[in-house]
Design a protein around this ligand. Structure first.
Ligand SMILES: Cc1ncc(COP(=O)(O)O)c(C=O)c1O
Length: 395
């Protein structure tokens, strides 16, 4: 499906995807690079510390675009097929992955066919997130000429209608779901349970595998790959974890850790208690308030819990002040900016060092990949304000 979309992406986002960081023109990809200086600060050996920079992911600058864009374009592809075939499309079809084989049209039609574009303009996409998911869904929908309900200034400037829901994230998702259900021309991108979204994230595992091979990074029982991923509701890290299970298989040991804020460890709670989405952080007296935008989620995705409980190696938490320490180190040592929330993954080595014998072995013998999940679309002024809060910024 991603491959089928390439000609369309080249038409819609020529600046971002004509020469992507990895893959053929039209691939929505991000760089993988060594960060040895940061690795040294984290106690890792040279060559054993890599940054998967979804912070610079083509088009939307965050991991959430992998799922969000995939779902929006998947909906549009189903609608196009029904339109060309003179058929009605059912919501259940929109929740399955479009099969381009035998579709009878190229993805480029979604940019070039005026009648199809007019048809798409009658449809609405709703998303519960004000964050990076909302941004990527909104930008994808706007590029296709579809209406979308969501996020703030950048989206508004591209003609997207923005509605804001107050309250906790699971309530915002529920509000978006209800709003969409009342409109038959509307599709809701469900961050808590969409399988299409999940599959969109998972494809990144194959990109990572190919990039590791290009960099000649060994992944073997003696040299496991340890992947640290910031985690909110669990959709993106869950999809990536599941994808890595498929991409690397049992022969190539990949150990995935989820990183969460101390105040909102919803997936850790779901995993520790075994209760999944039946438990939320308020149940253990936490208020969910954190500076880690995108990770401030009180209740885990049931889909993440059910899929990843048997696959994930572990999870850990981080205090907000430590996020800014890691951000300061990354800016100073690697000249890289990522969202503070993404720095949650840099807590991994410290937790492994203080952990079991197996954890210490993973720390010493593994090659560590830190998934920088967002950053490039943070406006310059906001970026400067965030860096000013790091220890280096305060000097
Ligand atoms: C930058 C960033 N990292 C990580 C995540 C976590 O993704 P998920 O909520 O799917 O676990 C988000 C969510 O919006 C995010 O914006």
């Amino acid at each position: 499906m991603w491959a089928w979309l390439r000609p369309l992406f080249v038409l819609l986002f020529p600046e971002e995807v004509t020469n992507p960081p990895w893959g053929e023109p039209g691939t929505v990809s991000s760089p993988l690079r060594r960060i040895d200086a940061m690795g040294r600060a984290l106690g890792l050996r040279p060559g054993r510390c890599l940054l998967k920079a979804d912070s610079n992911l083509a088009v939307c600058g965050s991991v959430k675009a992998r799922g969000g864009m995939f779902e929006v374009f998947n909906v549009a592809a189903h609608l196009a097929k029904a339109f060309f075939g003179g058929l009605e499309v059912r919501e259940s079809e929109l929740q399955s992955v479009f099969d381009p084989r035998g579709a009878g049209f190229s993805s480029a039609a979604l940019a070039e066919d005026p009648k199809l574009r007019a048809h798409l303009a009658e449809r609405e996409i709703v998303v519960g997130s004000t964050g990076n998911l909302g941004l990527s869904v909104g930008l994808g929908a706007a590029a296709l000429g579809m209406r979308a309900a969501w996020k703030k200034s950048l989206l508004r400037s591209r003609g997207v209608v923005v509605v804001e829901h107050a309250g906790l994230y699971d309530e915002a998702v529920a509000a978006g779901r209800a709003e969409s259900a009342s409109n038959p021309a509307s599709h809701f991108v469900d961050d808590e349970s969409s399988r299409v979204l999940f599959l969109g994230y998972s494809a990144a595992a194959f990109e990572l595998r190919a990039q590791l091979a290009e960099l000649n990074v060994e992944v073997s029982p003696e040299r496991p790959l340890v992947v640290h991923i910031p985690c909110g509701v669990g959709g993106a890290p869950g999809g990536l974890c599941w994808g890595m299970h498929l991409a690397f298989g049992a022969a190539q040991p990949v150990r995935v850790f989820f990183a969460e804020p101390v105040a909102a460890p919803c997936v850790t709670l779901a995993l520790c208690t075994g209760k999944g989405a039946a438990v939320c952080v308020a149940d253990i007296g936490l208020d969910g308030k954190t500076e880690a935008d995108g990770l401030a989620v009180g209740r885990a995705s049931a889909l993440c819990f059910e899929t990843c409980a048997p696959l994930v190696e572990g999870s850990y938490t981080i205090e907000d002040c430590t996020l800014f320490e890691h951000l300061g180190a990354l800016v100073e040592l690697e000249r890289s900016f990522i969202e503070p929330s993404c720095c949650a993954c840099f807590a991994g080595p410290g937790h492994l060092a203080a952990g079991s014998q197996r954890a210490r072995w993973l720390l010493a013998e593994g090659t560590h990949v830190f998934w920088a999940t967002g950053g490039s679309l943070v406006p310059e002024a906001e970026r400067e304000a965030l860096v000013a809060r790091t220890p280096m910024g305060r000097q």
